[in-house]
Write a protein that binds this ligand. Structure first.
Ligand SMILES: Nc1nc2c(ncn2[C@@H]2O[C@H](COP(=O)(O)OP(=O)(O)O)[C@@H](O)[C@H]2O)c(=O)[nH]1
Ligand SMILES: [Mg+2]
Length: 315
C-alpha cells in the first residue's frame, strides 16, 4: 500500500464526510493505493457515527475510537501502530490542511528519499495574537534547542517514511515535537514543504492557551532527554561535584579560620560563608544522587528501548 493517512480528531462531525471525499478524489486521480485511519479521541458529538458509516461505504476507511479523550499524541500513536502504507501522512480533521498537498509530500518521501517532511503553513489563517505570534516564538525556541531548521514544528500535515513511525514513541503531548523525536532516533533527512492553509470552516479550535505553557515545558524536557537522557550523570554529576567542592572549600576555610586564625571571632553560624557551605554541599550531594539514580534507572531499562538497529544481516 502506498499511503496511510492518519487523522486524529476530536469533535469534528461537520468536517469528516467532506474531508474523506476530498482525500478520495486526490488519491484516485493519482492512482494511489491508500487507507485513511480516523482516530476518534473520545468525541462527544457524532464523529464516531460518521466514521462508522464512512467505513461501511468505503473499505479504505478505518476507525479507532478511544474510550475517553487521551490527547492528540496518544491518537497519533494508535494510528501509527495500525498504519500499513509505505508513506504515512498525518493531517488535521478540520479541513484547515488541504489533501491536495498529499501527492507532493508523498513524492518527497517516496522518490526523493526523505525520512520526514513537515508542512509549513507559511500563510496562516488563524488569529494573529492568540496563535501566530506565540507560534513564531515557540518555533524559534524549538529551532534553537533542537538544531532542526524547521519553521512550523507543530503543523498537523506531515509525511513520514514507514520506518520513522515504527521507531518513534509519541507520548504525552510530544506530537508538537515529532521531528525532534525522529532526529533523536537518528533520522536525519528531515525537510519542510510550504503548504496551503485554510481558515477553520466548522467548529472551533480545540487547543486553548495552556498549549503554550505545556509546549514550552515539553520543549525543555525534550531538550534535556536528547542531550542527557542517555547519560544523566554527565549533567547532574558535574553540577553536583562542582557545588560540593565549592561548599567544601568554604567549610574548610571557615574551619581553619576559626581554629587557627580568628579563634575569638564571630560564631561560625553568624557568618554568611557557613550558609553557602551548607546549602551547596547539601544541594551538590542531591544533584549527584539524582544523576546516580538516573543512571541506575537507565541500566534497568530493556535494551531495545535504548537504541535502534537500522539493519541486520544473516540473523
Ligand atoms: N486525537 C485528538 N485530536 C485532537 C484533540 N484536540 C484537537 N484534535 C484534532 O487536532 C487537529 C487540530 O486541532 P485544532 O483544534 O484545529 O487546532 P489548531 O488548528 O491548532 O487550532 C484537529 O483535527 C482536531 O480534531 C485531542 O484532544 N485529541
Ligand atoms: Mg485547526
Amino acid at each position: 500500500m502506498d499511503i496511510s493517512v492518519v487523522i486524529p480528531l476530536l469533535n469534528e462531525e461537520e468536517s469528516l464526510n467532506e474531508l474523506y471525499d476530498w482525500i478520495a478524489i486526490v488519491m484516485r486521480s493519482n492512482h494511489f493505493s491508500y487507507e485513511v485511519i480516523l482516530v476518534d479521541d473520545g468525541s462527544t458529538d457524532n464523529s464516531w457515527k460518521i466514521i462508522e458509516s464512512l467505513s461501511k461505504e468505503h473499505q479504505e476507511v478505518k476507525g479507532i475510537r478511544f474510550l475517553k479523550n487521551f490527547g492528540k499524541s496518544q491518537a497519533l500513536h494508535a494510528g501509527f501502530a495500525e498504519a500499513r502504507g509505505n508513506v504515512v501522512i498525518t493531517m488535521d480533521a478540520d479541513l484547515q490542511d488541504s489533501p491536495e498537498e498529499i501527492p507532493g509530500l508523498y513524492k518527497m518521501v517516496a522518490q526523493d528519499g526523505l525520512d520526514l517532511v513537515s508542512g509549513w503553513k507559511k500563510k496562516r489563517y488563524d488569529s494573529v495574537l492568540a496563535k501566530n505570534l506565540p507560534s513564531k516564538l515557540f518555533n524559534w525556541a524549538a529551532r534553537k534547542t533542537s538544531g532542526l531548521k524547521l519553521h512550523d514544528f507543530n503543523c498537523g500535515l506531515k509525511a513520514y517514511r514507514k520506518d520513522v513511525i515504527r521507531s518513534i514513541d509519541v507520548h504525552g503531548e510530544m506530537h508538537r515535537y515529532i521531528p525532534v523525536l525522529a532526529k533523536n532516533q537518528g533520522f536525519s533527512k528531515i525537510d519542510e514543504k510550504v503548504v496551503q492553509h485554510q481558515a477553520r470552516k466548522y467548529g472551533h479550535t480545540k487547543f486553548g492557551a495552556s498549549r503554550f505553557v505545556n509546549g514550552f515545558l515539553d520543549l525543555i524536557t525534550i531538550w534535556f532527554i536528547s542531550r542527557f537522557g542517555k547519560r544523566p550523570m554527565h549533567l547532574f554529576g558535574l553540577a553536583g561535584t562542582l557545588m560540593f567542592v565549592v561548599g567544601f572549600l568554604f567549610a574548610l576555610y571557615l574551619g581553619i579560620d576559626k581554629l587557627f586564625i580568628q579563634t575569638g571571632g564571630r560564631l561560625i553560624t553568624q557568618r554568611p560563608e557557613f550558609y553557602i557551605a551548607l546549602t551547596t554541599m547539601i544541594l551538590g550531594t542531591q544533584f549527584f544522587l539524582a544523576g546516580f539514580l538516573g543512571e541506575i534507572i537507565l541500566r534497568t531499562k530493556r535494551g531495545g528501548e535504548r537504541y535502534k538497529i537500522s539493519e541486520k544481516i544473516n540473523l
